[in-house]
Design a binder for this molecule. Sequence first.
Ligand code: ATP
Length: 245
Amino acid sequence: MDVRLENLAVTDILHGVDLHAPAHEVHGIVGPNGSGKSTTLRCVYRALAPSGGVVRLGGRDIAAMKVRDTAGHLAALTQDSRVEFDFTVTEVVAMGRLPHRATPDRDDEVVAGALSRVDASHLAHRGFLSLSGGERQRVLIARALAQEPQVLVLDEPTNHLDISHQLAVLSLVRSLDVTVLAVLHDLNLAAAYCDRLHVLDRGRVVRSGKPDDVLTPEVLREVFHVRAHVVRHPTSGAPQLLFEH
Ligand SMILES: Nc1ncnc2c1ncn2[C@@H]1O[C@H](COP(=O)(O)OP(=O)(O)OP(=O)(O)O)[C@@H](O)[C@H]1O
């Protein structure tokens, strides 16, 4: 299922964002602080109604879809993903099954599988609020996976994760065969794991394309205001940035 943003506007924040993520591709949104990345995602997972433009899932305008219908297709890991009460980890992940009330017989298996994929099976019976920041993040990713979405929207999925779990989570995301729209701050990880990148600057997409075409010294200078050298990763060949201090 593809995701298309057409001339998306949010008053004073987004000024006509166009973006297309074809089905099964991993697309990264990068940009400086305050450029509108989270606001863009919030319009996609319907935490915010845009003041203009359209978000389409599989060609359908999400504003015309029932929220439950959207949740059957799209799961989100967001900056607003919070758990207020001390549910167990299993209970938190099981919340991802809510849009699938028609298949309760599969729920236990799907929840256990999702926890295993994020290396969190050993946490199943712990209280969510007793977990470390990185453990919580992995459990929230498991909750999104338990939703069995066709589209996954991730706002800084590697937040709080140590380097080993950052790589594991992004490899997992790549292996899922779903459409992914992810805000990533680490440009080297974005280059390594995304098919396409979209650079946001002051509420506009100023560059879209393959990491090779987007992560140039000019873009780094003009958008991020840093000087960078672009080198090749010795095994994957992905562009990697070395910053001048
Ligand atoms: N509800 C709101 N009311 C007023 N301003 C807002 C609101 N939400 C976001 N903004 C502003 O809109 C701008 C874009 O915010 P957004 O969170 O989308 O940026 P971002 O690119 O995700 O930033 P960061 O990299 O810092 O997470 C910021 O200047 C922010 O202060």
